[in-house]
Design a protein around this ligand. Sequence first.
Ligand code: DSN
Length: 430
Amino acid sequence: MLDEAVKLEELVKKHTDWFRDSLPMIASENLLSPAAMKYLVSDLHNRYAEGLPGKRYYQGNIYVDEIERITTELAKKLFNVPYADVRPISGTNANQAVIFSLLKPGDVMTGPPLQGGAHISSAKFGAVGMRGVNKIEYPFDVDEMNLDVDLTAKLIKIVKPKVALFGRSVFLFPAPIKELRDALDEVGAKVWYDGAHVLGLIAGGQFQDPLHEGADVMTGSTHKTLPGPQRGIILGNPKGDEEQREKLWKKIQRGVFPGVISNHHLHHMAALAISLAEHIEFGRQYAEQIVKNAQTLAEELHSLGFKVLGEKNGFTKSHTVLVDVVAQGGGRKVAEDLEKANIICNYNLLPYDDPKKPRNPSGIRLGVQELTRLGMKEGEMKHVAELIKKVAMDGKIDEAREEVKEMKREFNRVRYCYQEDEAYRFLSSL
Ligand code: DSN
């Protein structure tokens, strides 16, 4: 074996052991269930499928077609919508498909600002800008930690976007779609909701339900609060009569294939099907606990002296907690110190930061969805807040790391799924 190959084995093992002994709190990650993970190493990995079931460009898709039909039906059932496309291979890829199908170069779209939590695919330097679309940003209200509804309604009426995007990657509170519905209808904008972060909360009935509040289409990644494989999804409930709905949906499906994907990674699709089924059975309970945990963490950090954003509205209604850590040395320093203590999160721009300086922002973003998946509840969240204080305020990094390892020993089993099991058993047996 080449030295590099031996080294790789060592690196994967070290990584796996490190995460087993850590508190992973990146708001966009989660753990796959054992039942879903087994499909990732099936023969499906080796195969190709292009197009839609029954309309393929390769032979060998007899069972793949059936798997895709089941996955699509489960997605429609979970979100209670008439349309689902389960082929995008990531959330960004799903966004690209919507951008390509609904927007042409020179078109105007509106969306949240980057420092207000927008995903990079909607930035001027991301997929939207690269498509030549003119993105105009909504005004953001820091006290509300949400869009400024009155100013946003005025903006929509003035710029008349072809597409109005809602949803964010730093997503504490529901987007005001209902409040903006009149303005959106007046200009005839298509409403696109990026639900990547909150997909599992929406499906679990714990967040707004955008496709029943006026959004035409929702994109998402399937590995955040919806704890499936790293993949994407597009769900639709377009406004209009049957013909208009079908027309829009066909356009979006052409955006997926041949627009932005060829093969759609069939092993991940089967893993998604199982994850959707698990969420139908366990998602409500899981989503409820996520929101309780995030609120407890935010309250505890606040009472320990941290500047937690969103105080006016109870800090958070999602899986995410956003903390201004300027007083503790800034986002970068705090995130790096936490990493040394095996608490993994990311430094993050806050709404009042300069978006041109993303490497030195004021905040950290904390997500509780993975810790919740491992069975942690409100009591553990209080302990996590104390550990964060120990690192960021008291500088006791080594002491905190030992405590994290000790705490984590009790929490390595994946919950809210068919076969609760050791999260790292498969990986560490590599
Ligand atoms: N940008 C990623 C995040 O929110 O962490 C999602 O793509």
